[in-house]
Design a protein around this ligand. Sequence first.
Ligand SMILES: *Cc1c(COP(=O)(O)O)cnc(C)c1O
Length: 352
Amino acid sequence: MNSKLIIHLTKLDNNLDAVDRRLNLGVQRMAVVKDNAYGHGVIPIANHIKERVEWFCVARTNEGKQLREAGITNPILVFEAPTHETAGILKDFNLTATLAEIDSLNVLKAGTKYQINIDTGMHRLGVLPEQVSDLSESILKYQDLTCTGIYTHYFKSDDPGNPEVKTQLELFKEIRAQFPSEWLTHTANTGGIFHYKDLNLQFDAVRPGVCLYGYGAGEVEVEELKPILDWKSFLMQVKKVKKGESVSYGGKWIAPTDGNIGIIPAGYGDGIPRLLTNSIKCKIGEKLYEQVGVISMDYTMIFLGTDSYEKGTEVFFLKGDELTAKTWAISAQTIPYEITTSIKEGVPKEYV
Ligand SMILES: *Cc1c(COP(=O)(O)O)cnc(C)c1O
């Protein structure tokens, strides 16, 4: 084992507490655990929170099946549109499908439950407003399918105070009013929960995703959220480098002084973005060291200066509130979502 993820379940609880504090009375939680719980390992995460959340949401039908096979009994909403391949799985594993286009009514198997996704501006999945009257007529013809909910998704809720959110919400409310009032209604993701409480967009349920793992949506930090993931490895070798010598492919880093290089046996093959070369820090004990030289497939180097350590000394790539996927995301011009989902599934995980 060359590196390991340490996932702090108490911090997951803390993040769920932060969500709970924002919720109006009676609002249900639909925990979004798609893509292997954003890279954190879906089964242990789901098992840990299954009694605290009413629903789980996944992107793919097979992710829903995986949760069922692991014994999860909460209702599960699948975001993707059903196909002839997935319709049987949706039915057999009692998963709630998403109706994102009217044609899906022909695909779903008798007895399947579904919820309608309305596209109010994201222009990804969802039924367009102009198709809603056709939709209302069509669903009546499929009495052997049961609609249990209706939802939409915001495209700018990561940005506090963005007027597009309100525009989408107003459009959604208009459409919502044309359907039975008992359907479960939900719109808010992390941004909606933390940045838009005043808009009254919680309805019956919210769909928290990235906040569970400890990151706010967008640039504005949410103090209470704690990244649940640490990523640790060890020094496989410590070797001397002389002032003026370069380290790793292409000689992209030149030692400013004589000193020690620490070699860590994890690289972009494990999911550390190569784009982070020369821009991150690693932690040994309480001390931070600069990552130096091009990150290679299986190795990453740090400059220890005059410090020296035993082979096997623990090194952290990510740790607590200081070394986070958010810091990496800023350096790699992406979002924490992509950093954590890029960690290879083969990296072992320990839950504490
Ligand atoms: C991913 C996703 C969410 C969760 O979004 P976060 O920003 O991670 O909270 C909610 N709803 C839908 C439809 C999604 O695709």
